[in-house]
Design a binder for this molecule. Structure first.
Ligand SMILES: NC(=O)c1ccc[n+]([C@@H]2O[C@H](COP(=O)([O-])OP(=O)(O)OC[C@H]3O[C@@H](n4cnc5c(N)ncnc54)[C@H](O)[C@@H]3O)[C@@H](O)[C@H]2O)c1
Ligand SMILES: O=C(O)C1=N[C@H](C(=O)O)CCC1
Length: 284
């Protein structure tokens, strides 16, 4: 895995290199037991990468790798059940996985996309009966993507027009991407808070889909192209000027520091957290 030791994303690691204990005290103290982690969708593109990243971390241990047809409820009922479940599966099943984990009071980190407000509300309702349990749903774990969304929300009230273009590999099941939905929602919230109206658009004749999807009043365009991994552009326009904010994931290793950060933090974040920006301290 890429060495990310200088990255703020990894600063939540449980090892404390700034401790002032003496070397004798350090050698006498037993290291904390590794967090026990189960990965759902372990055979998929993200699941394989996640298992490898967890295996490479001293403070985390993969205790189960589950795929389609494996019994999650049975795993969570076992005495040696995991502390944290990570879900990188498919949009149709991820809500059921999270509800199963919450019912068993096991923390969950979700990277699977396709979430809507109704599904998130069901998780919140389940969590009300499971105090102390944490669920982190992050549409994108890559630092460049999280910062793209954050900067887009900062910039959005200052421009007349804003549209989002997301570009992904053609094996992706959902469109628009979870990242694009989250970006559009953040842009819409920032513009509404600033009293900025919709982007101007005189279109009265359009072929279906030509103007993209309407996500919270923001136009979102989805490209699927062999060779791509995950990319997004936010285009912001004013008379005579344009700001383009772009994130490119060339390799799925880019998601791993964020995944490990969420695995380490989810147990100390009871309730539902949507977006890695909260774990990075970018927003409260
Ligand atoms: N949050 C992020 O940063 C991020 C990054 C990349 C991908 N994703 C999302 O993660 C998800 C997975 O992406 P991928 O590229 O790894 O897909 P993939 O198709 O390679 O992997 C999905 C895996 O889930 C398994 N699966 C399907 N149904 C299952 C079930 N009921 N129980 C257990 N496993 C099951 C499949 O067999 C497969 O191995 C997608 O929703 C994608 O959008 C999120
Ligand atoms: O490869 C995918 O699928 C990705 N999905 C996420 C999304 O929908 O935003 C994140 C980027 C990769």
């Amino acid at each position: 895995m890429t060495d990310t030791s200088a990255s703020p994303v990894t600063s939540g690691a449980t090892s404390d290199t700034t401790s002032d204990t003496t070397s004798d005290e350090t050698s006498a103290a037993a290291p904390p037991a590794p967090l026990r982690v189960a990965v759902l969708g372990a055979g998929g593109r993200m699941g394989r990468q996640t298992v490898a990243a967890l295996d490479a971390a001293d403070d985390l241990r993969v205790v189960a790798r589950l795929g389609r047809g494996d019994d999650l409820a049975a795993l969570l009922a076992a005495v040696d059940r995991p502390d944290v479940v990570v879900d990188f599966t498919v949009p149709d099943v991820t809500l059921a996985h999270v509800l199963t984990c919450v019912a068993a009071r096991v923390h969950v980190v979700v990277g699977t996309t396709g979430w809507d407000d109704a599904a998130l509300d069901r998780v919140r309702a389940a969590l009300a009966d499971a105090p102390g349990t944490g669920v982190v749903v992050a549409p994108n774990f890559a630092l460049s993507a999280v910062l793209t969304m954050h900067v887009a929300a900062l910039a959005a009230p200052w421009f007349e027009s804003v549209e989002v273009v997301e570009l992904h590999h053609p094996d992706k099941l959902d469109a628009p991407s979870g990242t694009a939905r989250h970006t559009a929602a953040a842009i819409a919230a920032a513009r509404a808070a600033a009293g900025v109206g919709p982007s101007p658009d005189a279109t009265v004749h359009a072929t279906d889909g030509a103007r993209g999807a309407d996500v919270d009043g923001v136009r979102v365009h989805a490209v699927r192209l062999r060779g791509l991994v995950a990319h997004e552009e936010v285009l912001l326009g004013n008379p005579g000027e344009q700001l383009t904010i772009r994130t490119d994931t060339f390799d799925r290793s880019s998601f791993m520091p964020g995944v490990l950060l969420a695995v380490r933090q989810v147990g100390s974040r009871p309730g539902l957290t949507v977006g890695l920006e909260h774990l990075l301290g970018l927003v409260p």
